[in-house]
Design a protein around this ligand. Structure first.
Ligand SMILES: Nc1ncnc2c1ncn2[C@@H]1O[C@H](COP(=O)(O)OP(=O)(O)O)[C@@H](O)[C@H]1O
Ligand SMILES: [Mg+2]
Length: 390
């Protein structure tokens, strides 16, 4: 059996549409009520919400990212974002790496953050192989400092609970018929990949158990690389809509999972380690890889990204209290992250592409043996870990 690798999914998401328009009326009203200058123009940025980057009307005026939260759970996401802003006001260290919230309009569900001038999305840097170990170390410090904050300092009351970070037992066994009717063939396929494997359900159950027993910390809750902006070699972590108390391993695992996912996406390309296979424009076309080739190339691609993972982990451990089981839970959540990406990618698709299928296979292996996977990923839990040059 071979896996189809003729997909062009190697470049990740497309960039924001750099298109200036006049500000929508709701934004003008928000700016006036907040006492901010009405912008001359806005650029709409991609995201799950309506995001507008403002262009100041006067020289030297400020630029803001104005975000109108829309879609499922918008009210809760608004409240959680405010929870994070309160934490930033409360303590000193939590704010590092997040753009300042300058105004919140409850009625309209609008948040106004200071824009990061000249920011590039972490996702873009990743695709261009410019997300360096030094940048990963900054993210590690930021996340570590967040996790190090005493949760007792800011009460969690009033903060809406987040949805479950793992699928329910039921969803792993079978989907209700009603849900299946609403799914595309790609989505049904993705769920079948998850449900066809009894050991996966057991692994998810184990992770749920160890997570429940873990110490709670404040967490970002949606730590993907596109939530990191980079300007002048400084990182800023944005999108605190899933902020809340949780297992710190969910954040560290999501981050590590992003890199493992990248390595799998790189399998058919020359990216990462410069080794391509019959490539054309950096992407393998018109040929399928054998399972053996996939594993061999996957290991090589992950090796190429190991400095990034190590830099994050080393910086993180310098800031946060690390429990003995954190490395293994991190590996397990990294595994789940890959399966989660599979589900997200399957959304609305008629056919499930080959590369995320391969990623799901890797994800299952991480979940099946988290301690071994942590070791393989270089996530050491001893106090004196390897030193990393920033
Ligand atoms: N403070 C900021 N300055 C500049 N760009 C930002 C800022 N915050 C977010 N962005 C950009 O806006 C878009 C959406 O941001 P995000 O907060 O993740 O919202 P969403 O939840 O809608 O994805 C992304 O392209 C992100 O890079
Ligand atoms: Mg986002």
């Amino acid at each position: 059996m071979t896996t189809d690798m003729t997909t062009d999914m190697t470049t990740g998401t497309t960039g924001p549409q750099r298109h200036r328009t006049s500000p929508p009326s709701w934004l003008v009203e928000v700016a006036r009520e907040a006492g901010l200058e009405v912008p001359a123009a806005v650029t709409r940025l991609q995201g799950r919400n309506e995001n507008q980057l403002t262009h100041p009307a006067t020289a030297g005026g400020d630029s803001f990212l104005v975000k109108r939260l829309v879609g499922p759970g918008a009210t809760d996401r608004f409240a959680r974002s405010l929870g994070h802003a309160r934490l930033v006001q409360h303590g000193d260290s939590a704010g590092s790496g997040a753009p300042e919230l300058v105004h919140a309009d409850h009625g309209r569900g609008v948040l106004v953050h200071r824009a990061v001038p000249g920011a590039t999305s972490g996702n873009r840097l990743l695709v261009e192989e410019r997300f360096t170990p030094a940048l990963c170390a900054q993210v590690g410090h930021t996340v570590g400092r967040l996790h190090a904050i005493d949760p007792a300092g800011l009460p969690a009351e009033g903060l809406p609970r987040r949805g479950p970070t793992l699928p329910t037992e039921r969803a792993l066994r079978a989907l209700p018929l009603g849900a299946v009717h609403l799914m595309t063939a790609g989505e049904v396929d993705a769920w079948r990949i998850l449900q066809s494997d009894d050991s996966l359900a057991a692994a998810v159950r184990r992770l749920r158990g160890s997570s429940a027993a873990a110490p709670r910390t404040w967490t970002h809750g949606d730590l993907r690389i596109d939530q990191v902006l980079v300007a002048d070699d400084r990182t800023a972590v944005v999108d605190w809509e899933e902020f809340g108390l949780g297992d710190p391993a969910f954040d560290t695992g999501s981050w590590v999972g992003e890199w493992v996912y990248r390595a799998v996406l790189d399998i058919p390309t020359a990216r990462g380690d410069g080794i391509g296979a019959e490539e054309h424009d950096g992407v393998l076309r018109h040929r399928s890889l054998t399972p053996e080739e996939i594993v061999r190339r996957g290991v090589a691609k992950l090796d190429a990204l190991a400095p990034q993972v190590t830099a994050f982990w080393t910086a993180y451990r310098a800031e946060a209290p690390v429990d003995a089981d954190l490395a293994a839970r991190t590996a397990a959540y990294a595994g789940w992250h890959l399966l989660d990406r599979l589900l997200a990618l399957a959304h609305g698709k008629a056919v499930l592409p080959g590369v995320p299928r391969a990623a799901a296979g890797v994800g299952k292996r991480l979940l099946a043996n988290p301690a071994g996977a942590a070791e393989a990923l270089g996530l050491h839990h001893d106090a004196a870990g390897p030193e990393v040059a920033a």
